[in-house]
Design a protein around this ligand. Structure first.
Ligand code: GDP
Ligand code: MG
Length: 135
């Protein structure tokens, strides 16, 4: 039983669909607390730096364009095993492969416009939280 923090982003497609509240509600009902939160428009540089691990991937340009296409909600979730708990709530990267009842299954259209981001490990959570919120 470890209390962890993880970085979550509600992506531009979900903000545009007006489902911020529904997504936050899933985190809250699962016992995750929102301990930092900011709505913002990412610049190209911010999106590129955030996704630096993917910069050699063929979809990197599309990913950066999508993430800067409108405002996002950047936040820190805290709770028991928050990193994996958030990944479980999110569902698979491709919404067509995401399990029933997951955020991506219910709110995402496609692999690029897939509603939410969540850190995938303790190391990425630490880096990603520091990236947006400092230490
Ligand atoms: P995640 O951790 O589940 O978000 O997935 P990844 O870290 O592998 O990829 C980061 C993000 O890049 C995903 O959430 C998608 O928005 C996007 N992405 C991943 N794979 C593809 C792809 O094959 N095509 C496109 N267009 N976007 C992708
Ligand atoms: Mg990832």
């Amino acid at each position: 039983m470890a209390i962890e923090r993880t970085l979550s982003i509600i992506k531009p497609d979900a903000v545009a669909k007006n489902v911020i509240g529904e997504i936050e509600s899933r985190f809250e009902k699962a016992g995750l607390k929102i301990v930092e939160m900011q709505m913002k428009q990412l610049s190209d540089e911010e999106a590129q730096g955030f996704y630096a691990e993917h910069k050699e991937r063929p979809f990197f340009g599309d990913l950066v364009s999508f993430m800067t296409s409108g405002p996002v909600v950047v936040q820190v979730l805290e709770g028991e095993n928050a990193i994996m708990a958030n990944r479980d709530l999110m569902g698979a990267t491709n919404p067509q492969e995401a399990a029933e009842g997951t955020i991506r299954r219910d709110f995402a259209e496609s692999i690029d416009a897939n509603a939410v981001h969540g850190s995938d490990s303790a190391a990425s959570a630490e880096r990603e939280i520091a990236y947006f919120f400092g230490k």
